[in-house]
Write a protein that binds this ligand. Structure first.
Ligand code: ATP
Ligand code: CU1
Length: 834
């Protein structure tokens, strides 16, 4: 491919065209309209129940109550629509961030823009791994081939040539590189023609979702049964079928479990946002729940564990080793000039590869003003590196008029091969290379050849007559935070497995440095000879894989999965995509990663940094733990609603709860309270225990029992206090208000009882989060309004209680929960004597 770009569009023209012709998007906006959301809200059970209750009030001639309920209907609609909108916006933002980007030439400069901003006549640069953002005709191509299966169903890659070929939006560049002039964008593309969308980040089925679904369905059945029972009970004890129906509807509003799916989605969406703060994008929400189950983390060495910043550290020619730190002042000895000369010749002219950058930098420093730099030579032919032969060659046309110069660099064993070294020479090269590799250096062999200009260029590198020049060792330091992150993984029961294309000795040295046990190591060659069963057996004790090709990552994932591990795997290239897809959590490198890798992955790292993965795992564990707390909390606070609906009826007391109370509880108090758990920092020991197993439920029977017991205890307290108030001669309205106050304060106090114990039990009421404080303040303000302001209290069938009683009720609400904690503490002590 030529290095000179055509100028492309100017920014002005591009902007004007974008405005005139519209964004390069298919017309399928996945966002629902407000109306659509409102429509869905109206089909929700809560909404129907409120309407039903309103209708009954009307039928009973109670227009006042009906109007108030209607007000609540409006409130929920507004709140739900807002909430859904926010969740959708959060997801949409993630979709945008991970959707394809395009490299276009604007004003002569290659510029990276969002795929949606591509316009007609833009010049696009496409390379292997890119998702084509728009239809176009090929201007230049270098071994360009595209996978067009998503348009044609045909999975064989289609080769593309200049002048004759077209490429299509949505297809994948699987090989080579090319320059494209855009001919159609958005819905005018072939893909747009068949009306398909590329952005398919959606909420998929998952074990967590299944469990929540099951829980919701079971509770729904239970609730409906209970409500019918209550209505019948009312009918038989007190008579009046409208009142009975109302009592049933009230209970149904209180205990129908519509909150659980909402809580889950909110937690996952907010969780994705928290994870994004660690510079990790979530492409599949399911990854968030799986993160906490991860047992094996497979990472690339270069760039993930290391900084991918290379420096030439050691050189070796004819067995004599030179440390570059020693030469700073004295300059580079003549004997090493040729080595560096060929290292540079074997690199790109304008390199991006960190190794090649290092050679260029080093040569600029030490070869300036020598005859070893050849800016006037022209690069005539390149031979690319392949998994079969880890070496790459450049053939240079020079002014000798007789022969071209060929320079090659690659893995030492590959270079030894190309040079047809004798066994003894090969041994020596190998030894020299090992010496450097044991220090964690990446070692490259360098060789040279001449090729007569009168002969054709050979097709493969083996057909040159290479002569061995020497070895270069490059240091690529570990990222500073890696050792700590690896140690954190070990404490958290997560195995870190390093996978690299590098030399086994280099791999082992770097692994040891990072704190990964590299004693047992497998190479790609050994791997190739194993069946899955053997590999699965070996892999249980192997943490380092060296000289592995990207294709072999898939075998590694499969073997780990066969051992029932939950695998997270990083990758960036086209060839990594199958492994990323097969892993439970595929993690693409945002900076180096190709579109293909991103699309196959469920997480994308914006900074290609190992510790971000570990941070995401920690968050994954925390999100799951917090979701569990929120669900348990929600379960617990529903028990008093059941108790307060049934017990007064049985004891022949005035009823406490009417639809309006439930609306207040269910719409305002409980959701706010459960969201408090989202912000919990989590147990400090979160990363000090083994991962959750796949079999572990969000809510185990034990959890269920504890949470129901807590609810029952609180119910007991409220009912007892209610009975006492009535006995002591208060009006039903006042007693009802007091019971409601106890209930709400107890609910608020339960937050603290259910919060994780990062501290000692005595401190449970200490250090709440900011969200918790806001929610508490809001709750008590709301409570004060509905029980204190006579006009509003009347709507709730309350009579404002005396301040002393008010405080007493609050104290009792908190007291019962406190007492519960004390009992738990004593029981804990009894079970585990100190
Ligand atoms: N540009 C290059 N020139 C010469 N040899 C190279 C080049 N790139 C890689 N190699 C050789 O191929 C080997 C494997 O490289 P590969 O790219 O598979 O590893 P990597 O992906 O950089 O490392 P890792 O797998 O740790 O991320 C290297 O150890 C090196 O010997
Ligand atoms: Cu020289």
């Amino acid at each position: 491919m030529a290095t000179a770009f055509p100028p492309g569009l100017t920014h002005e023209i591009a902007a004007a065209r974008l405005a005139a012709e519209g964004a390069n998007e298919l017309g399928t906006d996945q966002r629902r309209t407000l109306l659509a959301i409102a429509g869905e809200v109206m089909r929700e059970p809560m909404f129907m129940l409120l309407l039903g209750a309103g209708a009954i009030y009307l039928a009973m001639g109670d227009a006042h109550e009906a109007v108030i309920l209607l007000g609540f209907v409006l409130i929920i609609m507004a709140v739900t629509v807002l909430q859904e909108r926010r969740t959708e916006n959060a997801l949409e933002a993630l979709r945008d961030l991970s959707s394809p980007r395009a490299l276009v030439i604007r004003d002569g400069v290659p510029t990276r823009i969002a795929g949606r901003d591509v316009v007609r006549d833009d010049i696009l640069v496409l390379v292997e791994g890119d998702r084509v953002p728009a239809d176009g005709s090929v201007l230049q191509a270098h071994e360009l081939a595209a996978d067009e299966s998503m348009l044609t169903g045909e999975s064989v890659a289609v080769e593309k040539f200049p002048e004759h070929s077209a490429v299509f939006a949505g297809t994948l560049i699987v090989r080579g590189q090319g320059l494209i002039r855009v001919t159609a964008t958005g819905s005018k593309t072939e893909l747009g023609g068949i009306g398909r969308s590329l952005r398919q980040i959606d909420i998929e089925a998952s074990p967590l979702r299944d469990e929540i679904g099951l829980l919701t369905r079971r509770l729904a059945l239970f609730s409906i049964g209970l409500c019918i029972l209550l209505a019948l009970l009312y009918l038989s004890l007190r008579g009046g079928w409208l009142d009975g129906l109302l009592a049933g509807i009230t209970l149904a509003m209180g205990i129908l479990p519509q909150e659980f799916p909402v809580i889950m989605i909110v937690f996952l969406a907010l969780g994705a946002r928290r994870i994004a703060e660690q510079r990790v994008l979530t492409r599949r929400l399911n990854a968030i729940e799986t993160l906490g189950e991860t047992t094996v983390l497979c990472v690339d060495k270069t760039g993930t564990l290391t900084q991918n910043r290379m420096t030439v550290t050691a050189l070796s020619v004819s067995g004599r080793l030179l440390e570059t730190t020693d030469i700073a002042r004295s300059g580079l000895p003549e004997a090493y000039h040729e080595l560096l000369e060929y290292a540079v010749l074997a690199s790109e002219i304008d390199p991006h590869d960190p190794m090649e950058l290092a050679f260029h930098r080093f040569a600029r420093e030490f070869l300036a003003n020598t005859e070893h730099l050849h800016p006037d030579w022209s690069l005539a032919r390149e031979y690319e590196i392949s998994p079969e032969l880890l070496a790459m060659s450049h053939l240079w046309r020079n002014d000798s008029g007789k022969h071209d110069v060929v320079a090659t660099k690659g893995a030492p064993e590959a270079i030894a091969d190309l040079c047809h070294l004798s066994e003894a020479e090969r041994q020596r090269v190998q030894q020299d290379a090992q010496l450097m590799a044991d220090r964690g250096l990446r070692v490259l062999g360098i060789a040279k050849a001449r090729h007569s200009i009168h002969k054709d260029w050979p097709d493969i590198q083996h057909d040159f007559d290479f002569e061995f020049v020497g070895l270069a060792g490059l240091a690529d330091p570990l990222r500073p935070e890696v050792a700590d992150a690896v140690a954190e993984c070990r404490r958290a029961g997560i195995r870190v497995v390093m996978i690299t294309g590098d030399h086994p000795r280099t791999a082992r040295a770097i692994a040891t440095h990072a704190g990964i046990d590299g004693r047992n190591l497998l190479t790609g060659d050994e791997l190739a000879g194993m069946d899955t069963a053997t590999l699965a057996r070996r892999i249980a004790s192997v943490n380092v894989f060296a000289r592995v090709s990207p294709q072999q990552k898939l075998a590694i994932v499969e073997a780990l999965k066969a051992n029932r591990e939950v695998v997270a795997m990083t990758g960036d290239g086209v060839n990594d995509a199958p492994a990323l897809k097969a892993a439970h959590i595929g993690i693409a490198m945002g900076k180096r990663g190709t579109d293909v890798a991103r699309e196959a992955a469920s997480l994308v790292l914006l900074e290609d940094d190992f510790s971000a993965i570990v941070a995401a795992i920690r968050l994954g564990r925390r999100i799951f733990a917090n979701l569990r707390l929120a669900v348990l909390y929600t379960l617990a606070v529903h028990i008093p609603i059941i108790g307060l609906s049934i017990l007064p009826l049985l004891f022949g007391l005035p009823l406490v709860l009417a639809p309006i109370h439930i609306a207040f509880l269910e719409l305002i108090i409980d959701p706010a309270c459960s969201i408090v758990f989202e912000a919990e920092k989590g147990d400090a020991r979160l990363m000090e225990r083994p991962p959750r197993t796949q079999a572990e439920h969000l809510v185990s029977p034990r959890h269920l029992v504890v949470s129901l017991a807590q609810g029952a205890w609180v119910t007991l307290g409220i009912v007892a206090f209610y009975m006492w108030s009535l006995r002591s001669g208060m009006l039903a309205e006042e007693a009802r208000a007091l019971a409601f106050i106890v209930m709400i304060t107890a609910n608020a106090a339960l937050i603290f009882s259910i919060r994780p114990r990062q501290q000692k039990r005595q401190q449970i009421f200490a250090s709440p989060s900011a969200v918790a404080l806001w929610v508490l303040a809001g709750t008590f303000a709301g409570l004060a309004v509905i029980t204190g302001i006579p006009a509003i209290a009347a709507a709730f069938a309350f009579r404002p209680p005396a301040l002393l009683h008010w405080l007493l009720a609050c104290g009792i609400g908190i007291g019962i929960v406190f007492l519960l904690e004390a009992i738990k503490l004593v029981l804990g002590k009894l079970r585990r004597p100190a």
